[in-house]
Unconditional design. Structure first.
Length: 232
């Protein structure tokens, strides 16, 4: 864990990149460690009206517990990290997107007259679907091969591609993360109402799982892969 700096001044993304166990602490506090990873702990706590000393205490307690090396993503070689992102997170997203488009539209059509937020949810997720499909394709066909190319032979053309693509990819992460934040907010953290049917329950459970996966997915790219690729 980070011992030689003041936690308040360190970017949240850097804290989680150094010790992924910190992600759970930030998640429980409602602090975004992926798209909001560049904020300092102090600023993030101020925005959420959270006592930062409580989080600092929890983070420091992690220093006394051995790190799970399986989740020590920051030490992985970039090529291995890329393959992990594709085989774990990209595959999950591609499998889950069509299911969630179907379920969100279904519950909007059945329950939307009494729960109009579901119409907003269905519209937002349709936009997330369109954005992520082209985003993942561009990463797998352009950005990730360019990173691997630079690792192999320091290609100047590949380096230029990395710089331009990461700038665009980061903004697309902001959109997807912001849209999921909005869905979380208007559904009261995926709270199914009393008149919710089984499909309603399935849709909200899948949305919650999708959001959790997206947070880790974006963290691995924004806070670990992208900075290291730009430093090549």
């Amino acid at each position: 864990m980070l011992k030689n700096k003041e936690y308040n001044e360190i970017a949240i993304g850097e804290i989680v990149a150094t010790d992924f166990r910190a992600a759970e602490i930030f998640k429980n506090a409602g602090i975004d460690f992926c798209c909001g990873g560049k904020k300092s702990l102090n600023n993030a706590c101020s925005e959420k009206s959270i006592d930062h000393s409580v989080l600092v205490k929890q983070l420091k307690e992690l220093e006394n517990v051995p790190i799970n090396q399986v989740q020590n993503y920051n030490d992985w070689e970039l090529s291995f990290l890329i393959d992990y992102i594709v085989n774990t997170h990209h595959k999950y997203v591609l499998k889950t997107l069509p299911e969630l488009v179907f379920y969100t539209q279904k519950i909007a059509s059945v329950h939307g007259s009494h729960h109009q937020e579901l119409i907003v949810v269905a519209d937002l997720f349709q936009k997330i679907n369109a954005e992520l499909l082209q985003h993942l394709k561009k990463e797998e066909e352009v950005l990730f091969p360019s990173i691997k190319e630079v690792i192999k032979n320091s290609s100047a053309m590949a380096k230029a591609t990395i710089i331009s693509e990461i700038s665009r990819m980061s903004s697309e992460h902001e959109f997807a993360g912001g849209a999921m934040d909005k869905i979380n907010e208007i559904t009261s953290n995926y709270l199914v109402p009393e008149d919710g049917c089984n499909t309603y329950n399935v849709a909200f459970k899948l949305l919650h799982q999708f959001e959790d996966d997206l947070h880790v997915h974006v963290h691995l790219e924004n806070n670990i892969l992208y900075p290291k690729a730009l430093a090549l």
